[in-house]
Design a protein around this ligand. Sequence first.
Ligand code: MG
Length: 423
Amino acid sequence: MGSASKHNFSSDNPSLYPCGRPLHAYDVPLKLVLLGATGSIGTQTMEIVRANADRLQVVAVSCFRRWPELAAELKLLAESCPGVPLPLVSVFDSKAHQEALKDGVFGDRLLGSGMDGVLESINSPDSVQVVINGMVGAAGLEPTLAAARRGVRIALANKESLVVGGDLVKREVFAHGAEILPVDSEHSAMAQCLSGRCETEIHKLILTASGGPFRQTSRKDLENVSLAQVLNHPTWNMGPKITVDCATLMNKGLEVIEAHHLFGVPYEKIEVVVHPGSSIHSFVEFVDGALLAQLGTPDMKLPIQYAINGEIHWPLPGSRLDLLKIGKLEFYEPDGVKFPCLELARQAGMAGGSAPIVLNGANEVAVAALLQEKIQYVDIPQVIEETLALQDHQPVNNLQDALGFDNQARRTAESLVEERFGC
Ligand code: MG
């Protein structure tokens, strides 16, 4: 951390991403813990492991409740990696855990349920080099902190860990010599542009946004969009929560906060541009005006394996970007009136303390309510804004504070949904 005093920006926000610093040198096979194994990131990570069985070994996995799907994934894994011991398993949901226990499919490899089970999956294996956090929402924070305390590489797909607990994560990562490498495609793009560079060379970060399914929908028509329309993302195929966040541009707002913590760049130096083609995954502008971008097809396996393997470009089959087919690249300013979530997130990030926790908690409640068709798309920013207005702004000193503010925000947002928007 000796570089903090030379930092281009504020020495109280050093880069969490190991910008210009050497990465951990690990022998292969890398021992992996995969959290959120049945989600979009999890199943794609399993594909990568099957394709690189000589270099990667999964030693523990966790899922939320879809244990039969996890059992099927592990069967595929056993077929492609014969002779390799199967991983320890944790199932979060207690009812699903009971079912898995009764079924016996995981044998004595089944760990406990709930957050204790997730933490066990990080702490029990004798040897771990990489924890891939593909969990959804603020629940991912505690496992990120536990992984940081093991001093390992963390391939972070759970952006909420940084939105909700950026300063707490930073403290543990620096104290225990852990390493955070981003899996979020935009932040991976920036990391690829920054390869071998120092943080003092950064002038500004430019995040690209596809604009979501409603880029060309009028404000009036947004009032009547259906859930199916919200879930119809133009570029990426992802889980429902993040797909809704993409439609409101909250995802981009959360990514601004994530970028602030990862790269130690102040909010006024983090821009968002709408780039409907999504060929460019983000830019870094350097102090001399050089603007680097990373381009590629929208395939999350690239950022996942780039983070896991310590930023080496491994072979990856699949389609490639055809520049002649793309023809031209288009950029637009985001519409802050149509998509208020982007600015709500930026403001909460700048306020710091409990504000981003409240923003995120209210958003998770509002998204869940939309998915249950209790509220409309346009109600989401309203629930968030009103929850933020009803919560006092407080400092966050530890995990208990963070979980407490998260819980309070959820209760407030839930009662708003029931009272104001409930049908
Ligand atoms: Mg992203």
